[in-house]
Design a protein around this ligand. Structure first.
Ligand code: CUA
Length: 310
């Protein structure tokens, strides 16, 4: 569910009210203007009025119309400025999160000291309910736009520039977002999810995500880890706790805890993950994830290992 008219946070609520004001204002103006135009076409000047008298009334009519238009536009401008101000001022003690847009996925970073404790995840922004979250947004390649309609308006992610704004969710839930600036072939498959949860649930999630991956628990997972580390996977991805430390693709340390794959394209389930690993170009053409030709037993082991990364 993705709707700017179903606000779940203070900013989205203000934007929705502004939209209502604009809609009502626009409708009233439309009705008035068209009624007057209709009236003017139907009315004939009465023969007893002199031409001079008729001209004066027409000039007055135009002046009144222009005055009303200016007043209405000024009123809407004031509403707009007030809403913009209210949604940009960051309230005290925000949680700080970095969001980095890539073609075509979102990297979410929860910075910590030392930086090895920082949490990196993908396409899923967790936040505590009722607490403002200050987001520092940037892009690694082209211009993208971060848009979670239930929480906020669109914010551009521009390469070489940081764009700061804040979000807040008033109630727990999962809110879908979508890149809203055309950024190439898979712009449409660049979704993200905001998971708003209670302060305790969020703290538990963050603490768990900050841990390294637990070592393989059985033979099959150990074999799968071998497949991951000896093959091309480790050249693009990180799994904290192993020697895979590349940052081309998403951090997979807690891959199995995420709800989707490939930025909301697939549900995170073993069959879908297998399809994504074997033939990503079929799922998301143009993606930077290369295809692989793993034998069935190696694929099975790799899947078992990845599924263990809770
Ligand atoms: Cu990223 Cu459109």
């Amino acid at each position: 569910m993705q709707s700017a008219l179903d606000p779940r946070g203070p900013q989205a609520a203000r934007l929705a009210s502004l939209w209502q004001v604009m809609l009502i204002g626009g409708t009233v103006i439309f009705v008035v203007v068209f009624s007057l135009a209709l009236l003017a076409t139907l009315r004939r000047p009465s023969p007893e009025n002199s031409y001079h008298e008729h001209d004066v009334r027409r000039v007055m009519g135009v002046a009144l119309g222009a005055g009303l238009t200016i007043l209405t536009l000024l009123g809407l401008l004031v509403c707009n400025v007030l809403v913009s101000r209210a949604i940009t001022e960051v309230p005290g003690d925000p949680l700080k999160v970095q969001v980095v847009a890539h073609r075509w996925w979102w990297e979410i970073v929860y910075p910590a000291e030392p930086s090895s404790r920082s949490v990196r995840t993908a396409n899923e922004l967790h936040m505590p309910v009722g607490r403002p979250v200050e987001i520092s947004l940037e892009s690694r390649d082209v211009i993208h736009s971060f848009w979670v309609p239930s929480l906020h308006g669109k914010q551009d992610a521009i390469p070489g520039r940081k764009n700061a704004f804040w979000l807040q969710a008033d109630q727990p839930g999962m809110f879908r977002g979508q890149c809203s600036e055309f950024c190439g072939l898979q712009h449409a498959k660049m979704a993200l999810f905001v998971v708003a949860e209670t302060e305790q649930a969020f703290a538990r999630w963050l603490e768990h995500q900050s841990r390294s991956a637990s070592p393989p628990r059985d033979e099959l997972a150990l074999k799968g880890e071998g497949v991951f580390l000896s093959g091309p996977c480790s050249m693009c991805h990180t799994i904290r706790g192993t020697h895979a430390m590349a940052s081309v693709g998403p951090d997979l340390t807690h891959l199995a805890s995420r709800k989707s794959l490939a930025s909301g394209t697939l549900i995170n389930a073993p069959g879908q993950l297998a399809g994504w690993i074997l033939d990503p170009q079929h799922v998301k053409r143009g993606s930077f994830m290369p295809a692989s030709d793993l034998e069935p037993d190696r694929l099975h082991a790799l899947l078992h290992f990845l599924e263990s990364l809770k």
